[in-house]
Design a protein around this ligand. Structure first.
Ligand code: ZN
Ligand code: ZN
Length: 136
């Protein structure tokens, strides 16, 4: 709890119980859709609306506290922003998870053709380890 308050304060975001609830839901699972976050947060805050959850996610994304993934074809997913990492999407079981690969030189310099890079995302699509084992 302390950690989330610190994260919000550092970014100049007003600390509210609902914002903390959204952040803690995201820290529990790696990636969630807004609907999944809404279902979780609603247990504690029955009056919260999906629109409010989206508004909170937008604020947290603008301030760099959450990442938005457009990897799952049917919907966007959200995750807690960490160091640069990429995502793997399993086309069979639809799992999304973080993968870490060495950074290319532009990413280490944080610029490409004179443009400052603030965020980067690589999406890999294929068969995850578990599904590969099952279908081998
Ligand atoms: Zn899989
Ligand atoms: Zn991620």
């Amino acid at each position: 709890m302390e950690g989330y308050i610190k994260n919000l304060k550092e970014k100049g975001i007003k600390v509210t119980a609902q914002r903390i609830a959204v952040l803690s839901a995201l820290k529990e699972s790696e990636h969630l859709t807004a609907e999944e976050i809404f279902e979780g947060v609603r247990k504690k805050f029955p009056t919260i609306s999906l629109a409010t959850v989206y508004a909170i996610l937008d604020t947290l994304w603008q301030k760099g506290l959450v990442e938005v993934l457009r990897i799952v074809p049917e919907k966007a997913c959200f995750g807690v922003k960490m160091d640069v990492h990429h995502h793997f999407y399993c086309k069979k079981c639809r799992a999304v998870f973080n993968v870490h690969i060495p950074l290319c030189p532009s990413l280490r310099r944080k610029e490409v053709a004179g443009n400052l890079i603030e965020e980067v995302q690589g999406n890999f699509y294929g068969l995850c380890k578990k599904c590969r084992a099952k279908h081998a």
